[in-house]
Design a protein around this ligand. Structure first.
Ligand SMILES: NC(=O)c1ccc[n+]([C@@H]2O[C@H](COP(=O)([O-])OP(=O)(O)OC[C@H]3O[C@@H](n4cnc5c(N)ncnc54)[C@H](O)[C@@H]3O)[C@@H](O)[C@H]2O)c1
Length: 351
């Protein structure tokens, strides 16, 4: 029997609705309360999702029927809110990115460690079916020695999107297309290919009135000797599936929006007895694409359920604060290299 967990949401904007929907099907989990800097937003959200609206973070943290807090505020405030919640003894589900600077990420990880609470940073696509399958293939050795990894996010965001909130498109609170949109597939690339050791990048602000980049490109080296590329953009109309390609000596797997759309393995891989499940398959149909929102919620459900199970079982969650930091480190390295015009070597100290 799962233990009861009461969850509080801080920041009731776009992603908070996903958290509310994601919590609903988890046995033993209940959305207890929400709060927002703008009280009307919290009240509207609470009415819609059948929970209490608290007037502020302190009031939400004071509730002893809440043991887990979902941090859904703008990215550059994740550590500030998360540290306070950790000090109040609450376990944490922090939206991506962990924060926008490594110092802030370190503050949050240290606060979680000191308080002895569990911390997960959202990277829900690790729970998408195609990524789960890719991970199994890599772990089984089906792809052999990894050689080349590519992650691509070619999306479109209008100027109205950036104008919809004062924090959007700012370096201090948001970051550019790579920090906000591309980071999901940066995390998946790093998770698949292993530690990134060197980054050479450029970025540009091409078609939005914002201070941040709206297109970033990078070439990467991995500790294994593999190499790779990253592209992230919000200027590509009308927007395409997020894509991850992983090639090794055993063959290639291509994932689009969380579904494997191509896989071709060598005879060596067939020797592992995996060939039968690895034949090329058709690209995802329009139905799967139309279901993207539902898939998004179910992967959030899986990650939040994992955090609750980690608390119950006294183990670390599948995706930790340090994982979130390692992915942020790659994003920061892309920005640093783009600014300096020099390759950036990553220490991997916290990876
Ligand atoms: N995992 C995903 O797929 C995904 C998708 C969208 C957004 N996100 C992340 O979720 C976070 C929020 O994004 P969003 O699109 O929901 O933003 P949003 O602007 O729609 O919502 C943020 C809310 O936080 C409130 N807020 C700001 N500061 C606060 C504070 N100190 N205390 C309480 N409330 C505060 C704002 O008033 C606003 O209502 C970002 O970090 C973003 O990267 C993740």
């Amino acid at each position: 029997m799962a233990r009861e967990h009461g969850i509080g949401i801080v920041g009731t904007g776009v992603i908070a609705a996903t958290h509310a929907a994601a919590i609903e099907p988890i046995p033993g989990a209940r959305l207890v309360a929400a709060t927002d800097l703008v009280p009307e937003r919290a009240h509207k959200f609470a009415a819609k999702h059948d929970c209490a609206a608290e007037p502020g973070l302190d009031a939400l943290l004071a509730r002893d029927d809440i043991d887990v807090v979902s941090v859904c505020v703008p990215s550059g405030l994740h550590a500030e809110v998360g540290v306070q919640a950790a000090r109040a003894g609450k376990h944490l589900v922090v939206e991506k990115p962990i924060d926008v600077t490594l110092d802030a990420a370190d503050r949050l990880i240290a606060a979680a460690d000191e308080a002895g609470i569990a911390l997960t940073v959202i990277s829900q696509h690790r729970f998408d079916p195609g990524l789960v399958e890719l991970r199994q293939l890599i772990d089984a050795g089906a792809l052999g020695r990894l050689l080349l990894g590519e992650a691509s996010t070619k999306w479109f965001r209008s100027q109205a999107y950036y104008d919809s909130g004062p924090w959007r498109g700012t370096w201090a609170l948001d970051g550019g297309s790579l920090m906000n949109q591309g980071i999901h597939y940066v995390d998946l690339l790093r998770w698949s290919m292993g530690q990134v050791t060197e980054v050479s990048a450029i970025y540009a602000t091409q078609n939005h009135e914002v201070e941040v980049e709206d297109t970033a490109l990078a070439v990467l080296r991995f500790a294994s000797g593999a190499v790779g590329t990253l592209v992230s953009s919000t200027v590509v109309y009308p927007g395409f599936a997020q894509r991850l390609e992983v090639s090794g000596t055993g063959g290639t797997v291509v994932v689009e929006d969380g579904t494997i759309v191509h896989q071709g393995l060598t005879e060596d891989a067939a020797g592992l007895g995996l060939r039968g499940t690895l034949l090329p398959r058709p690209a995802a149909d329009a139905g799967a694409a139309a279901n993207a929102a539902a898939l998004g919620v179910s992967s959030h459900t899986a990650q939040i359920a994992d955090l609750l199970a980690a608390v119950d079982e006294g183990r670390p969650p599948a995706i930790t604060g340090r994982d979130g930091r390692a992915t942020l480190e790659v994003v920061r390295a892309v920005y640093e290299s783009a600014r300096s015009g020099q390759p950036v070597v990553l220490t991997g100290a916290a990876q």
